[in-house]
Design a binder for this molecule. Structure first.
Ligand SMILES: Cc1ncc(COP(=O)(O)O)c(C=O)c1O
Length: 474
């Protein structure tokens, strides 16, 4: 056996000078990247094949200069949807707060283990403080709790597993769960992953405003019960992905209570509007939910990979997820701070809490509330601007910050026209929108949730959309 060399060069541990040099280059890149965002294209794939080909090469045995690698990262970031830019109004925009990036840098550097409290009590408390703040925001009682997840999909999954294990027990294949035809696709996906099949899933129709039809829900539940099924859960949307519609949460809660159903509110997109006065009013009833999904990587403008699940009775989340292991016997049992791994499918994971907590500490809650209110105001501006423009149809007034619209051309097939209209709008590269299907028809939608989108960009978006429609409809 060879003796380890005492003074061998060990690139995995750069010298202080090397660390500084790499760190300063990365910082300079980030500052320039953020400064350039207002003028950067909203989408750009020109030359992406070359970047992908360069990155396809496997790593060599020897390392490369940091600047070379950083250049590749820069090119990769540029040849993409500009998800951190002010013109990104597609799908549900994510965020990318600088303070969160700094938090991740710190968290990855110290790399503490936070999913059990005793290895790093103060950092586990950071996550618990975040969860308690969220529970308080929704008026959940002291016995509530939750976990930070990788996103809304995982939160919906754990919510369904918890409802299933709490209400159905080991034999659950006669259980039925309910969600509207506007629910996010992660809901049926989570249900299937939780062991159910199409036989257990009930899609509740929506009313003309695309909100869950509460009467239809009650009827479906009663029919299933009469057929010998066990209705156990309803999932309401606190802001749908298609149109931002909030289901009538108070009425759904009434049905859930009367029928003994677990009420889960999917607030992945819309939940954080609870911070604003009008959002709180719209979301009224959410405080009655048994569990709530929230995505800080949407409504708190944080980077992808930051979701959360809140549960009214946190012991139920724990009972659904906890299985002990002998090799963890040296670690303290749950104390004042939870062992989050007992509440989630995950053991080792990133320190998500710091990227939520640090921006809150640095900027204060008010900064988030003001930014969300600004998005509500900008949405109204875009909606009214398009509504007053000839040819545009906006059948669904926004509850939150999604504006679905289409254009009725003077001649030709409206479907083809609107597909071309979307291409033309996105061809501007100043704004980037996406589309969906509603009632079998193609609909363009703009979603305003980026903290970098301000009035000037929405005014520009209005000009671009109207101009594109006028050009195509000549
Ligand atoms: C309403 C809703 N629920 C769930 C999800 C899934 O969340 P994630 O993409 O964080 O997994 C989304 C994503 O857009 C959503 O809009």
């Amino acid at each position: 056996m060879q003796e380890p060399a005492a003074e061998a060069r060990y690139p995995l541990e750069p010298s202080p000078e090397e660390m500084r040099s790499i760190g300063e280059a990365a910082l300079a890149f980030v500052v320039r990247f953020i400064q350039d965002l207002p003028s950067a294209p909203a989408v750009d794939f020109d030359g992406v094949e070359e970047v992908v080909a360069a990155i396809r090469r496997p790593p060599g045995d020897e390392g490369r200069a940091f600047q070379d690698v950083l250049d590749l990262v820069g090119q990769g970031a540029a040849q993409a949807f500009n998800t951190t830019g002010p013109g990104y109004l597609a799908f549900i925009p994510g965020g990318g707060l600088y303070a969160a990036a700094v938090a991740d840098f710190l968290a990855c550097s110290v790399n503490r283990f936070v999913n059990i409290w005793s290895p790093a009590p103060a950092f586990a408390q950071v996550e618990w403080t975040v969860i308690r703040w969220l529970c308080d925001l929704f008026g959940l009682p002291p016995g509530s709790g939750g976990v930070l997840t990788s996103g809304g999909s995982m939160a919906n999954f754990s919510a369904i597993v918890t409802a299933r294990r709490t209400l159905l027990g080991e034999e659950f294949l006669d259980g039925t769960l309910y969600y509207s035809d506007q629910a996010h696709a992660s809901v049926p996906k989570a249900a299937v992953l939780a062991g159910f099949s199409q036989r257990n899933l009930r899609v509740v129709p929506t009313t003309s405003d695309l909100a869950l039809d509460v009467e239809a829900l009650a009827e479906l539940v009663q029919k299933d019960r009469a057929d010998g099924r066990r209705p156990f859960m309803v999932i309401a949307s606190a802001g749908t992905t298609n149109t931002g519609k909030v289901d009538p949460l108070g009425d759904v809660a009434d049905v859930a209570r009367a029928e003994g159903l677990w009420l889960h509110a999917d607030g992945a997109y819309g939940g954080f509007f609870q911070l604003t006065g009008e959002g709180r009013e719209l979301l009224g009833g959410i405080e009655q939910a048994d569990s709530i999904t929230l995505d800080p990587h949407k409504g708190m403008f944080l980077p992808y990979g930051t979701g959360s699940l809140l549960v009214r009775e946190r012991r139920l989340l724990r009972e659904a997820h906890m299985l002990g292991a002998e090799y963890l016997q040296d670690l303290a049992p749950e104390g004042e701070i939870p062992n989050f791994s007992d509440y989630s499918p995950e053991l080792s994971r990133d320190f998500r809490g710091l990227r939520v907590w640090l921006p809150l500490m640095l900027h204060g809650v008010g900064a988030f509330r003001d930014a969300l209110q600004e998005k509500l105001d900008l949405t109204r501006m875009l909606y009214e601007g398009l509504r007053r423009s000839p040819g545009f149809e906006l059948p669904w007034p926004p509850d939150l910050t999604v504006v679905p619209f289409r254009y009725q051309p003077r001649t030709g097939d409206p479907e083809t026209f609107n597909r071309r209209l979307l291409e033309e709008i996105n061809g501007s590269r100043r704004v980037f929108l996406s589309s969906t299907m509603i009632d079998g028809r193609f609909v363009i939608r703009a979603c305003i949730v980026s903290f970098r989108t301000h009035r000037d960009r929405i005014e520009e978006a209005l000009d671009i959309i109207r101009g594109a429609a006028a050009t195509l409809d000549e």
